[in-house]
Write a protein that binds this ligand. Structure first.
Ligand code: HEM
Length: 394
């Protein structure tokens, strides 16, 4: 009988075999130990995303749901979600994000130029978390002196040894919340040209039609959500893509020669090894899926990592194919909570690889130095030593 424990190290290391078993043998899976249900087929994951009345986000989106009371968009249902999302969404439209390309490219190029003479470097430490962290921080107004601290605190919050946040994670959450509240106060005292200042000055409409301004706690929550979601995910996608290109040198050479293929390659990176592996929901009533009734008031996880490898949707799903015709994937979620930062994440990842391959068209990975931590639903490498095989002047 299939057993799926997302906190098990082997599973975190390579969850794809157990995902296949889930899809084939237990598409509506029940885990008694941690008290959750799991939907793993693409069609079921999409259907649940679209049925947000029965599959609520308001009890949190992780298995333990520790974040359920936080002022995050991701844990709100309508109508609250709709009103808040409308405001933040205006700042992250594809059109606005496209204007950031020169800035994103300058940032990526600056980081890679520092590695110009290196024979090897760590993709994570030296590049993949720093690029999205610098970009999102500029957008939302996190001063440079705070960024590393925010990154290290976010990392500590994400660690999971079981279905509970670690003691250290709780301490890190309190520290980060305090730090971001201080930043909100600073910003009130001296407004800037950034997302948080803009949110500070934009009224939000309540259910009864009245409007009000966001509180400091809500603003700190928005800060935390955007800084965490805005960098921890891309920080994981870039190394996953580097691994794919190290394992598939033909694809790497093709992309180096023809960067126009990069946008589709990024979609395939998102599908092949996505950074976010499940989205938690909570049933608001009994829901029947494939003949099984999931009772009301239950944790259900929509296993994104499995859905994007479902052979019922994607032929030969374990193969990394930069030419794959992907009409849709759920790596950014789907429906009401579809990732607000999708355009930004796509831009950052495309530019990251264009700039990386321009300088280092050939590389390999020192497999002995690769490290991974077991994290909350964000999955990826914490160390990825890259060995430079050839370099080009830019
Ligand atoms: C490769 C990078 C990224 C991945 C894989 C990713 C993935 C996701 C997923 C799966 C969701 C849906 C969660 C759910 O349904 O419960 C989501 C929501 C969200 N993402 Fe991203 N994300 C990425 C980058 C970003 C960036 C750069 C930002 C910064 C702006 C961002 C901000 C958000 C926000 C605010 C939400 C909540 C939206 C809502 O609840 O309405 N994400 N993301």
């Amino acid at each position: 009988m299939v057993e799926y424990n997302p906190f098990d190290w082997e599973t975190a290391h390579n969850p794809y075999p157990v995902y296949r078993q889930l899809r084939d043998e237990a598409p509506v899976y029940r885990n008694e130990q941690f008290g959750f249900w799991a939907l793993s087929r693409y069609a079921d994951v999409v259907a649940a995303h679209l049925n947000s009345d029965d599959f609520s986000s308001a009890h949190g989106v992780t298995i333990e749901g520790a974040e359920k009371d936080a002022p995050f968009l991701i844990v709100k249902d309508p109508p609250e979600h709709t009103a808040h999302r409308r405001i933040v969404g205006r700042l992250f439209t594809p059109r606005r994000i496209a204007l950031l390309e020169p800035f994103v490219r300058r940032t990526a190029a600056g980081l890679l130029d520092e590695l110009r003479d290196a024979d090897r470097f760590d993709v994570v430490e030296d590049f993949s978390f720093r690029l999205p962290l610098d970009v999102i921080s500029e957008l939302i107004g996190i001063p440079e002196s705070y960024r590393l601290q925010i990154h290290h605190l976010s990392d500590r919050i994400a660690v999971r040894e079981s279905a509970e946040m670690t003691e250290d994670g709780i301490l890190a959450t309190l520290e980060l919340a305090g730090l971001l509240t201080d930043l909100v106060r600073e910003r009130r005292a001296s407004p800037g040209d950034d997302v948080i200042t803009m949110l500070m000055n934009t009224p939000v409409e309540e259910e009864d039609g009245r409007t009000r301004m966001l509180t400091d706690d809500e603003l700190a929550g928005r800060f935390l959500e955007l800084s965490f979601a805005g960098h921890e995910t891309v920080a994981k996608l870039i190394p996953n893509g580097v691994v794919a290109l190290a394992w598939c040198p033909d694809a790497r050479r093709e992309l180096a020669a023809n960067p126009a293929l990069m946008a589709n390659a990024v979609e395939e990176m998102l599908r092949w090894d996505p950074p976010s592996h499940y989205q938690g929901r909570w049933t608001t009533r009994d829901v029947e899926v494939r003949g099984t009734v999931i009772p009301a008031e239950q944790r259900v996880i929509l296993v994104t990592g499995s859905a994007v490898h479902d052979e019922r949707k994607y032929p030969d799903p374990d193969t990394f194919d930069i030419h794959r015709d992907i009409d849709r994937h759920v790596s950014f979620g789907f429906g009401r909570h579809l990732c607000l930062g999708a355009s930004l994440a796509r831009l950052e990842t495309r530019v990251a690889f264009e700039e990386l391959l321009k300088r280092f068209p050939d590389f390999s990975i020192d497999e002995t130095g690769v490290e991974r931590r077991v994290n909350v639903n964000v999955r990826g490498l914490s160390r990825l030593p890259l060995v430079v095989e050839s370099r080009a002047a830019v």
